[in-house]
Design a protein around this ligand. Structure first.
Ligand code: F6P
Length: 539
């Protein structure tokens, strides 16, 4: 039976009809304590979800839906290492990457924690050598530049976290992240670097990803052109991968490889060895604090009752808007300049996980699944796309993320920043009625233009300051939110078959571009014309 036929879903549909026209103004007026009643704290994060179009009854029904979807046993199955990624027959254990050193987490009967710590310790020793300047390049110079080559989960986690924790990073080292197969990415990121002082981290779970391998080969040629000795590779290239054979074949000494395991999904790999560049940047202590933030949210998610469970509440609110209000997208709006890449990171985490239309049992869903995740930091968005959120025709639930203290306080900047984030959620929720606009002395013909309908839902996530711990808690919050939604929608949040077809087709097109032609029978008429057009413009 489709989840849509379940009595809890039908009850939510009925309830939606009752509540859809209720305004947040009414909900707040009827309960003076709503702002605290609909809030909770976990892992150092405060969540205010009062500005959502929900009543106590809505939440009861959403929790009932979660229970009907077996969320609690499914959550435990993940933490216990059961092979819940059924299409790839894999466990899903990113939570083991940040478990305590004395934890016992088993895959096929084997405790994986000792291996996790073996890699973490190896990363820490290597990171310390780079930071201390004792890891020398081929010509005896210390490494000053670290270039992470990877894509998707092997890029977005490291670059997001490196930018997010820039305040804590070693300023004497330069970090670059090359992901795009467009050679401009490599060229622009290396043009000012000295090969003798540059270390490449080739980061790829599979070590077969076309973009990463192409960039890695270019990096190799770039390094060898200057260093002129194959022996230099072992001082200037390390690998992060699950595929030792491919790493060795590329020419990287597997002694310089930092491993992880098939039970870590690419987009869930930020706390695996994929975080090597970050550990070099912020050092072992800060990295450990970040893992503790992840662990604190993991423990909260695993143990808190659904009614007081932050990822569960965020996940269910997303389902409420996606499936009952028809909201196609969800904006994540951090009011912290360090979180520049946070929304991009969440795009992969969420959209690659839940952008599915086939259920775990193989049938097509008859309801909407993953939302379109988008956003960018802070007040810049206010002067760009917020207009549409406030007065457009689409319902776009928002998550605002803010920190009470600035890491770089200057005069009243931070008060202004916080005033803006609180003002935005207030304006979205309560709006401005025609009567209120009229009392401002606005000309009658302009009144409709200046009305804010309000009733636009948002969450506000507040923490005291952006630290490695709070970043860890924040990322884990969203990882588990995605899990909750995947369970409700009955999809496998841990595979990504939808990325395969394009990869295969590109392999047939690339040689035709090189040869300069495609036989009409080899491609559709659009693609073969595009190939021919390219060729004619090239020469
Ligand atoms: O193409 C999608 C994907 O498989 C992601 O899931 C993954 O994060 C990315 O490619 C990179 O994969 P790899 O780490 O194996 O190079």
């Amino acid at each position: 039976m489709s989840m849509k036929q379940h009595p809890t879903w039908l009850a939510l549909e009925q309830h939606h009809l009752e509540i859809q026209n209720t305004h947040l103004r009414e909900l707040f007026a009827s309960s003076p304590t709503r702002g605290t009643d609909f809030s909770l704290e976990a892992a150092g994060l405060y969540l205010d979800y009062s500005k959502n179009r929900v009543s106590e009854k809505t939440l009861e029904l959403l929790f009932a839906l979660a229970r009907a979807s077996n969320l609690e046993p499914k959550r435990e199955a993940m933490f216990m290492g059961e092979k819940i990624n059924t299409t790839e027959n894999r466990a899903v254990l990113h939570t083991a990457l940040r478990a305590a050193r004395d934890a016992d987490v088993r895959v096929d009967g084997v405790n994986v924690i000792p291996e996790v710590y073996k890699v973490l310790d190896k990363m820490a020793a290597f990171a310390e050598q780079i930071r201390a300047g004792t890891w020398l390049g081929h010509t005896g110079k210390p490494i000053k530049n670290i270039v992470n080559i990877g894509i998707g989960g092997s890029d977005l986690g490291p670059v997001m976290a490196y930018k997010a924790l820039g305040f804590y990073s070693s300023r004497g080292l330069t970090f670059r992240f090359v992901s795009n197969v467009d050679s401009t990415d490599f060229v622009e990121n290396t043009r000012d670097l000295e090969p003798e002082e540059t270390l490449f981290i080739v980061c790829s779970k599979t070590f077969t990803t076309q973009e990463t391998m192409t960039n890695a080969n270019t990096a190799r040629a770039w390094a060898l052109a200057a260093l002129k000795d194959e022996a230099a590779i072992s001082r200037h290239f390390v690998a992060v991968s699950t595929n030792a054979a491919a790493v060795a074949k590329f020419g990287i000494d597997t002694a310089n490889m930092f491993g992880f395991w098939d039970w870590v999904g690419g987009r869930y790999s930020m706390t695996s060895a994929v975080g090597l560049s970050l550990m070099i940047a912020i050092g072992q202590n800060h990295y450990t604090q970040m893992l503790e933030g992840f662990r604190s949210m993991d423990t909260h998610f695993r143990t808190a009752p659904l009614e007081q469970n932050m990822p569960v509440i965020l996940g269910l609110l997303g389902v409420w808007y996606n499936n009952f209000f028809g909201a196609a997208s969800h904006a994540v709006l951090p009011y912290d300049h360090y979180l520049t890449y946070f929304s991009a990171y969440l795009q992969q985490l969420d959209m690659e996980s839940n952008g599915k239309s086939t259920t775990l049992s193989g049938s097509r869903t008859d309801y909407q699944t993953g939302q379109i995740i988008w956003g960018q930091p802070g007040t810049n968005g206010q002067h760009a796309f917020y207009q549409l959120i406030h007065q457009g025709t689409k319902l776009i639930p928002c998550d605002f993320i803010a920190f009470s203290k600035s890491l770089n306080p200057r005069s009243n900047h931070h008060e202004l920043l916080l005033a803006n984030v609180f003002a935005q959620s207030q304006a979205l929720a309560f709006g401005k009625t025609p009567e209120e606009v009229a009392t401002d002395g606005v000309k009658p013909e302009l009144i409709p233009h200046k009305v804010f309908e309000g009733n636009k839902p948002s969450n506000t996530i507040l923490s005291s300051s952006l630290t490695p711990f709070s970043l860890g808690a924040l990322v884990a919050l969203y990882e588990h939110k995605v899990f909750v939604q995947g369970v409700i929608w009955e999809v496998n949040s841990f595979d990504q078959w939808g990325v395969e077809l394009g990869k295969v087709l590109a392999q047939t097109i690339a040689p035709q571009l090189l040869e300069g032609q495609a036989a009409p029978t080899q491609q559709d008429s659009s693609t073969s014309t595009l190939i021919a057009k390219c060729q004619s413009q090239k020469f």
